[in-house]
Design a protein around this ligand. Structure first.
Ligand code: MET
Ligand SMILES: [Zn+2]
Length: 764
C-alpha cells in the first residue's frame, strides 16, 4: 500500500494565532501558560485536520514559536554566552537569541539570521566553537509526539539532521581561526543518539530526519560524515526517513544509497528528473522512497496525472509498499487553507491548493496509487483532471502587447549612458550630498494607526480622500522627522504600503491577491505573497504622487522607492507555465516606466530594492550563471532608463554576499546599501577580495532587533568599514527598512547614526 505524508505544516495558526500570542507575550500581556495554550491549540488543530484528511504520516516536532533551527540550538544547549547569566527564563533566552533583548538593564543583540536555502524563510544561525558543550536540555520531538498521542494521533516526529544542523551553523567569535562547525560531528552525535533513543522508547516507529544540505554541491565532500553519522544513529533510532528537498541529489545519491536508512525523501517538484537515477540507486537496497510530488513551495493545484505517472514508475521499480506520496517539502512555505479566502473568484479558487488542500492531495494520490476502488477517489481524480485542463486553457491566453514588448527589448535598454565615475560627478553636483551621506532604506515605523487607517480604507470605512490625507500627514511627519534628526537623503516612509511586494502587485496587471494567505518570513513576521497568474503590465504610475508630494515638502533630496523585478518575482508565488525569466522581464518593463516617470516628476535618487536576488539563486552551482544573467539583466532593464544625473540605488539584505558579488557589481547601481551588521564584517572581506567601484552603504545597525545602537558602536562599525571602502564612496544607513520598529527606538537609533556620520565627516 502506498502511504501519504506531509513533511511539516505551517505553525502560524489558521488566523495567525501564534503571531498574536507571541507578540502579546513579548509585550507582557500574555503569560507563559497562555502562550503555551495557544501553541497547543494550534498544534492540535494541525494534527486533527491532517488526520481528518487521511494523511498517514502526520508530522510532529515541527512546530515552533520562532524558528525550528533556533529550537534545536536551544534544546542542544547551543546558547552563546552573552544570553546566559542574565537571569532570563529559558523561553526568554530563546527569544533573546531570536530577536535580541533590551530591557531591565539587559542589552543583547539578536543572533544572525539567514535565509533558509532559496526560500524567504529565515533561520537563526547556530554559533558553534570548540567550546560548545552539547547537552539535551529538552526533547521537543518526544514532547510533541506525546502531545499528539494524548489526543489519539500517532505522528512521525521531524528533526533536523546532525550534518545539516552543523553545516547551517557558523563559527562563533571565540572559535579558532580555522574552525569548521562540522568538526563537532563526533561531539553532537551522542546527543542525537539520546534524542532518538528517547523517541524509540516513547514508541515512535519512524522519524523524519531532514538533511536538506544533501541537495547542495558541498554535500559531495561530506560523504564520510554522513556515513559515520547515520551508522551511529541507525543503531538506536526508530526507522529513519532521510529527507531532502528544494533541489536534486545528483551524484550524492551514490553515497546516500549506502547509508543505513529506512527511507529517503526526494523533491520531485523542483527536480523531477532525478527520479530515474534515484530509483536505480536504491532499488537493490531495502529503502522506502518518499516522492515529493505535491509542492511545498507553490500554491498551484497538483496535476494528479503527472504525479500518478511518477508514482507508478516508482511502484513498478520498488513495489507499492516501498513508495510514499508526500509534499515536496514542509508546507511551512504555504498558507494554511484556501477555505479562508472569500474574495477569490470561483475560477481562481479552482487553480490553487494551500496547506490543508495539499494534505488532501497527498492522501488522494496515495489512495489512487494504492488502487482504491472508492468512487470518491475516482471522482476526485476526474475533478482534478478537469481543473488542470481548464487552467491550461487559461494559461494559453496571453497579453500580446506585453509579449511583443519583451520580444523587442534592445541592448541599449540595459545600459546607462556613461560609466559610473562620470555619473558620480554629475550626481554629486546635482544632489549636493556631504561626505558620509546619511539615508535610510525606505520604510519608517508602520504604526497601529497606519495599519488601522489602511484596514478602514480597505473596508471602505473611510473615503479615498480621507485615506489620502492620512498618508500625506504620515509622509509629512516622516519628512519633518528626517529633517530634524539631520538625515541627508530623505525618503517618504512607505506608509502607504502594506508590504513591499504586495503593494506593487496590487497595482500591476497579472496578479491575484489573497485575504489570509500568510506565510512565515521570520519569527512573528509573516508575509502574504501575491500570486502571478498571467502576463504582467503597469496601467498607471504607482508611486509617483507619494514621492513627488514628499519632495514638495522639503529642500533636501527625496529618494523614490521601488521594489525590483527579481524581488517581486521571488516573493510572489510565480507562474509555473512560463519561465521565471519571462516573468521578471515583464516586471522590469513595468518598473522601468515607473522609474522614468519618477525622474520626470523631479525625483533625482531612485532606489530599486532587490533584497531577494540572492535567495532566488539556484541551489546547484551549475545553474547559477543562467539565473544571474537574467536576474542582473532585468534589474538593469528596470533602472537604466534614466539620465546620468539621476542616482540609482539598490538595497540587499542578506549576508551571503560572496557567492554573487561580481553580479552585484554588474547591476551598476550608483549606490547599494547592504545588510551586514549581523555578520561581523564578513562582507568586508568579500569587498577586499573582489573590490567594488560604485558607492556603498553598509548597514551600520541591525533593524530586526528593537535595541538601540550607541553612537560609539556605530562609529566603530564605520571605522572598520572605512579601512576597506574609500570614504568618498560611503553612505551611512541602517541595514534595512524600519517598518517593523517602533518610533522610540527609531528616533534614538537614527540620532546616533547621524551623530556618528558627522563625526566621521570631521575626521575624513
Ligand atoms: C526587505 S528590504 C526592505 C526595503 C524597503 N525599502 C523598506 O525599507 O522596508
Ligand atoms: Zn532590507
Amino acid at each position: 500500500m502506498v502511504l501519504s505524508s506531509v513533511l511539516g505544516f505551517p505553525r502560524i495558526g489558521a488566523n495567525r494565532e501564534v503571531k498574536k500570542a507571541v507578540e502579546a507575550y513579548w509585550a507582557g500581556k500574555l503569560s507563559v501558560e497562555e502562550l503555551s495554550k495557544v501553541a497547543a491549540d494550534v498544534k492540535k488543530a494541525s494534527w486533527t485536520s491532517l488526520q481528518a484528511r487521511n494523511v498517514d504520516l502526520i508530522p510532529s516536532g515541527d512546530f515552533s514559536l520562532y524558528d525550528h533551527v533556533l529550537d534545536h540550538s536551544a534544546a542542544f544547549n547551543v546558547i552563546p554566552k552573552r544570553y546566559t547569566g542574565l537571569g532570563l527564563s529559558a523561553l526568554d533566552v530563546y527569544f533573546a537569541m531570536g530577536r535580541g533583548r533590551q530591557a531591565d538593564g539587559v542589552d543583547v543583540p539578536a543572533c544572525e539570521m539567514k535565509k533558509w536555502f532559496d526560500s524567504n524563510y529565515h533561520y537563526v544561525v547556530p554559533e558553534l566553537s570548540e567550546q560548545t558543550e552539547f547537552k539535551l536540555l529538552y526533547n521537543k520531538a518526544v514532547q510533541e509526539y506525546n502531545e499528539a498521542k494524548a489526543i489519539g494521533i500517532t505522528t512521525r516526529p521531524v528533526i533536523l539532521g546532525p550534518v545539516s544542523y552543523l553545516v547551517l551553523g557558523k563559527a562563533a567569535k571565540e572559535a579558532s581561526p580555522n574552525f569548521q562547525p562540522i568538526s563537532l560531528l563526533s561531539k553532537i552525535l551522542p546527543i542525537y543518539k539520546q534524542l532518538l533513543e528517547e523517541l524509540k522508547t516513547a514508541g515512535v516507529d519512524s522519524v523524519q530526519v531532514d538533511e536538506p544540505i544533501l541537495v547542495l554541491d558541498k554535500a559531495a565532500s561530506l560523504d564520510k560524515e554522513y556515513a559515520t553519522a547515520y551508522a551511529e544513529l541507525s543503531s538506536v533510532a526508530p526507522r529513519i526517513m532521510l529527507t531532502t528537498y528544494f533541489s536534486r541529489l545528483d551524484s550524492n545519491i551514490n553515497f546516500i544509497a549506502k547509508l543505513p536508512i529506512a527511507g529517503l525523501h526526494i523533491d520531485l517538484c523542483r527536480a523531477p528528473n532525478q527520479l530515474d537515477d534515484v530509483l536505480t540507486a536504491i532499488k537493490p537496497k531495502n529503502i522506502v522512497l518518499s516522492l515529493g510530488v505535491v509542492s511545498g513551495r507553490n500554491i498551484w493545484k497538483c496535476d494528479f496525472n503527472t504525479a500518478i505517472k511518477q508514482g507508478q514508475k516508482a511502484i513498478n521499480a520498488l513495489g507499492g509498499d516501498r513508495v510514499i506520496v508526500a509534499t515536496s517539502s514542509s508546507l511551512l512555505h504555504t498558507p494554511v487553507t484556501l477555505a479562508s479566502e472569500k474574495k477569490l473568484t470561483h475560477q481562481q479558487k479552482d487553480w490553487f491548493s494551500f496547506a490543508l488542500e495539499k494534505a488532501t492531495e497527498v492522501a488522494t494520490l496515495a489512495a489512487i496509487l494504492s488502487g482504491s476502488q472508492d468512487p470518491k477517489i475516482a471522482a476526485a481524480l476526474e475533478k482534478n483532471t478537469a481543473s488542470i485542463a481548464k487552467r491550461r486553457e487559461f494559461e494559453h491566453t496571453s497579453d500580446d502587447a506585453v509579449r511583443k514588448r519583451v520580444a523587442s527589448i534592445t541592448d541599449d535598454m540595459y545600459h546607462r549612458k556613461n560609466k559610473f565615475a562620470t555619473r558620480m560627478d554629475l550626481q554629486a553636483k546635482h544632489l549636493k550630498l556631504p561626505r558620509f551621506p546619511t539615508t535610510t532604506i525606505g520604510s519608517f515605523p508602520q504604526t497601529n494607526e497606519i495599519r488601522t487607517a489602511r484596514a478602514k480604507f480597505g473596508k471602505k470605512d473611510i473615503s479615498e480622500a480621507e485615506y489620502e490625507d492620512f498618508i500625506k500627514k504620515e509622509i509629512e511627519t516622516v519628512v519633518r522627522f528626517q529633517e530634524k534628526v539631520g538625515l541627508d537623503l530623505l525618503v517618504h516612509g512607505e506608509a502607504e504600503r502594506n508590504d513591499m511586494v504586495q503593494y506593487f502587485g496590487e497595482q500591476l496587471n497579472g496578479f491575484v491577491f489573497t485575504q489570509n494567505a500568510w506565510v512565515q518570513s521570520y519569527g512573528s513576521r509573516y508575509v502574504r505573497p501575491p500570486i502571478i497568474v498571467s502576463d504582467v503590465s503597469r496601467s498607471a504610475p504607482m508611486t509617483v504622487r507619494w514621492s513627488s508630494y514628499a519632495q514638495s515638502l522639503t529642500e533636501k533630496p527625496m529618494k523614490g522607492m521601488l521594489t525590483g523585478p527579481v524581488t517581486i518575482l521571488n516573493w510572489s508565488f510565480p507562474r509555473e507555465d512560463v519561465s521565471r525569466k519571462l516573468q521578471s522581464q515583464q516586471l522590469a518593463l513595468a518598473l522601468r516606466d515607473e522609474v522614468i516617470d519618477l525622474e520626470a516628476a523631479g525625483i533625482s535618487a531612485i532606489q530599486v530594492d532587490e533584497p531577494a536576488i540572492r535567495e532566488g539563486l539556484p541551489l546547484r552551482r551549475s545553474d547559477w550563471d543562467e539565473y544571474l544573467q537574467w536576474a542582473v539583466d532585468t534589474f538593469k532593464l528596470a533602472t537604466a532608463g534614466v539620465s546620468d544625473v539621476t542616482q540609482t540605488h539598490s538595497h540587499f539584505c542578506y549576508s551571503d554576499f560572496d557567492d554573487i558579488f561580481p553580479s552585484i557589481q554588474r547591476l551598476d547601481a550608483d549606490v547599494i546599501s547592504i545588510e551586514f551588521s549581523k555578520s561581523d564584517m564578513k562582507l568586508l572581506h568579500t569587498f577586499q577580495q573582489y573590490g567594488y567601484s560604485n558607492q556603498i552603504g553598509p548597514g551600520v545597525y541591525d533593524i530586526h532587533s528593537p535595541r538601540v545602537p550607541s553612537e560609539e558602536e556605530i562609529t566603530k562599525r564605520l571605522d572598520t568599514t572605512r579601512a576597506i571602502i574609500p570614504a568618498h564612496l560611503m553612505f551611512v544607513n541602517p541595514d534595512c527598512g524600519l517598518k517593523t520598529r517602533g518610533w522610540k527606538e527609531t528616533e534614538a537609533s537614527l540620532a546616533n547614526l547621524v551623530a556618528a556620520a558627522r563625526k566621521a565627516r570631521e575626521s575624513a
